[in-house]
Design a protein around this ligand. Structure first.
Ligand code: GDP
Ligand code: CA
Length: 316
């Protein structure tokens, strides 16, 4: 049995901790639109969150980066007023970016580089970036410096989204190709799951890579999404702020409707799993089911994944 999962960073990583307990071959297609270059190094926050979490190397309290991390290089860079002081780069984490950048500079694609990094981390699932091409989420904002586009990480980490915001732009997406193996993984899966990740800046950029939405709409396998919103709030993170920028309500209903039913317009879903507190949710054209959606442990999260598959009568 094969399962393909679309994922962002922390929400995606936690979801995969449950999915990988199923008796299935799992391929995760990871958002790379958060990626940025700092000090000449290519940083891939979502790929690293997933890799460190599944490889048992993530900091459980902080939620991002490595456990037992130190910030010696980062504080030295700050003394120089070097670029992006708002973005923490841990010493251990820097080693990942050094290895990645060296391999990219030598001509390897991000997919091959990720596979090489995963030889160390052994995540237990196949990790594929959504694309080897550079796609970056930029955010159109206005403040006393006028109207301009900033990198998503600057918007998120530096401003915490608290700045007048017009819209998100997935720069490079229209020209990007799905990474090697992505279309095959989606086409050959027995079921496709959309993780409870940020719908606006984690899942939407993946769907924005030409070819990915199309294969989801045409595959014979069922596609099920899991809501990242419970009772009108994101459990962790800032999905609420991102939905607000789009003018969407912060509800499980609105997010399910954004992804939309497969037989309608541009939709990608057959079914949508919401939390028990949202059990009255209905969306035209979609099977909606409910289950506890708090990812409090890998066991609880495995039960979520099973509930998602049961909605489309797939048994793992
Ligand atoms: P990021 O890239 O690190 O921001 O992580 P993701 O995009 O993968 O996921 C972030 C989103 O996951 C948050 O905005 C929440 O909406 C959602 N999330 C986090 N924890 C939980 C949980 O326990 N249950 C559910 N249903 N959603 C969660
Ligand atoms: Ca992210």
């Amino acid at each position: 049995m094969r399962i393909a999962v679309l994922v962002g960073g922390i929400g995606g990583a936690r979801f995969l901790m449950g999915v990988r307990r199923l008796p299935a071959e799992v391929t995760a297609i990871v958002n790379t639109a958060d990626d940025l270059t700092l000090h000449g190094l290519r940083v891939c926050p979502d790929l690293d969150s997933v890799m460190y979490t599944l490889g048992d190397g993530a900091d459980p309290e902080r939620g991002w980066g490595r456990a037992g991390e130190s910030f010696t290089v980062g504080s030295e860079l700050a003394e120089y007023n070097a670029e992006a002081p708002w973005f923490s780069l841990g010493d251990k984490d820097l080693a990942t970016h050094l290895v990645r950048t060296r391999m990219l500079d030598a001509g390897y694609g991000l997919t091959a580089v990720t596979a090489a990094l995963c030889e160390r981390w052994k995540p237990g699932v196949e990790l594929l970036p959504m694309s080897d091409d550079r796609v970056e989420t930029h955010v159109v904002v206005s403040d006393e410096d006028g109207r301009r586009a900033i990198h998503f990480q600057e918007w998120w980490v530096r401003h915490r989204g608290k700045i007048e915001t017009d819209r998100f732009v997935f720069t490079g997406a229209a020209q990007a190709k799905p990474a090697p193996g992505v279309i095959e993984a989606l086409r050959d899966a027995d079921a496709v799951l959309i993780a409870p990740s940020n719908p606006v800046v984690s899942i939407a950029p993946i769907l924005g890579v030409p070819g990915i939405r199309e294969v989801l709409r045409s595959t014979s396998a069922p596609v099920v999404g899991v809501s990242p919103i419970i009772a009108g709030a994101p459990v962790r993170g800032m999905a609420d702020r991102c939905l607000e920028v789009l003018g969407e309500p912060v509800t499980a209903q609105a997010v399910g409707a954004m992804f939309g039913p497969r037989h309608d317009g541009e939709g990608v879903l057959d079914a949508w799993l919401v939390d028990e507190t949202d059990r009255n949710t209905t969306i035209d054209g979609l099977t909606v089911g409910s289950a506890p959606l708090w990812m409090s442990s890998p066991e609880a999260t495995e039960a979520m994944a099973r509930a998602a598959l049961e909605l489309v009568e797939v048994t793992a």
